[in-house]
Ligand binder design. Structure first.
Ligand SMILES: *[C@@H]1O[C@H](CO)[C@@H](O)[C@H](O)[C@H]1NC(C)=O
Length: 329
């Protein structure tokens, strides 16, 4: 085999290895489902069971919600009220934009710059929930989630989140004791993940939203937490569309925009997209290596700048580049 081919194959393996290592946590999200941490229906008492009061109450009885201001839109008043009605003995905290900022400034000043710098308001709404759970403990519930039964049985777990389909965990309803190490990690990692991606949806998902929390969850579980440090998982079967479900869902994702359709389409066709991506990538590499680059003829026009970014060339002066003879590469 020619040296060039060996080089090409090695470089490709290197690049692929690098890419896979970088997205390993993402790939693992597709495989790991968190079953080992599931809160099974068998251990949850029925809605009116006397067994509920015999369980430990670890999580403080506080419900946290977030909105821009105190004027909750009419279509969310129903779900909000359903949670209030079922939990008369819980403290209720509505985190408006103003209150959220004051809270961060007072309790977590190291985060204020990142908090203020977020481009999308939903990023602040995402972030604040991790901070209030870390600080006060309690249960966070999105305004578009209503309550179907008392959440008391869930107070027995030091930390829990909901599994979401097709992969990962959601941040729309979560509970924790104050200072739980998972939420400590979730708040500590926020500045590192504050990056902008091309689409707003990806930026929000990956910097503060469910994808962010799922990645943190994978990293956290790699440390093999035991006992109270475990994060327990509520699976859809246990929380959706049943008399024993804890939550009901109401439409109204307040921030979804046009790019969402594209993302959902990509989510459904990720195998195809991955395959297409690799195909195009390999085709480009192969093309660069073989046919697209030809040694410049004496009378050919000067190498255009695009060649200057390609491999297998040699710079012979400040302005000029010359392609290496491929057989010598
Ligand atoms: C609350 O926010 C909504 C949405 O931005 C706005 O329409 C409304 O006027 C605000 N209400 C108050 C009392 O500021």
């Amino acid at each position: 085999m020619r040296k060039g081919i060996i080089f090409f194959v090695l470089a490709t393996i290197l690049v692929l290895g690098f890419a896979v290592q970088h997205v390993w946590i993402l790939i693992s999200l597709l495989i790991v489902d968190g079953r080992e941490d599931a809160i099974s229906r068998a251990e949850l008492p029925a809605p009116n069971s006397g067994a509920i009061s015999e369980r430990p109450q670890l999580i403080p009885k506080i419900i946290h919600q977030t909105y821009i201001n105190a004027s909750i839109p009419a279509h969310w008043k129903g779900p909000q009220q359903s949670c209030l009605d079922l939990h008369p003995d819980y403290e209720y905290k509505l985190w408006t934009d103003k209150k959220a900022r004051e809270f961060i400034a007072a309790e977590y000043p190291w985060f204020l710059e990142t908090f203020d710098g977020y481009v999308y308001p939903i990023q602040r709404a995402d972030a604040i929930r991790y901070f209030v759970l870390h600080h006060f403990g309690g249960i966070y519930i999105d305004l578009d989630d209503g309550c179907n039964r008392s959440l008391d049985p869930l107070l027995a777990y030091p930390a829990w989140v909901r599994r979401t389909t097709p992969t990962g965990i959601s941040n729309d309803a979560m509970g924790a004791i104050p200072r739980h190490p998972f939420f400590l990690k979730a708040i500590d990692s926020l500045p590192d993940y504050n990056r902008r991606w091309i689409l707003p949806y990806i930026t929000v998902m990956a910097s503060t939203g469910p994808l962010y929390l799922s990645i943190i969850w994978r990293h956290y579980n790699n440390g093999n937490p035991q006992g109270d440090d475990r994060v327990r998982i509520l699976f859809p079967d246990e929380y959706n569309h049943h008399p024993w479900s804890f939550f009901t869902h109401h439409l109204g994702n307040s921030w979804h925009s046009n790019d969402v359709k594209l993302i959902f389409w990509m989510g459904q066709h990720w195998v195809l997209i991955t395959f297409a991506g690799f195909t195009v990538g390999f085709a480009l590499l192969f093309c660069m290596y073989t046919t697209c680059i030809r040694p410049r003829q004496a009378n050919a026009p000067k190498a255009r700048s695009v060649y200057a970014r390609m491999p297998f060339y040699r710079r012979i002066s400040q302005k000029d580049v010359e392609l290496d003879d491929r057989h010598q590469v």
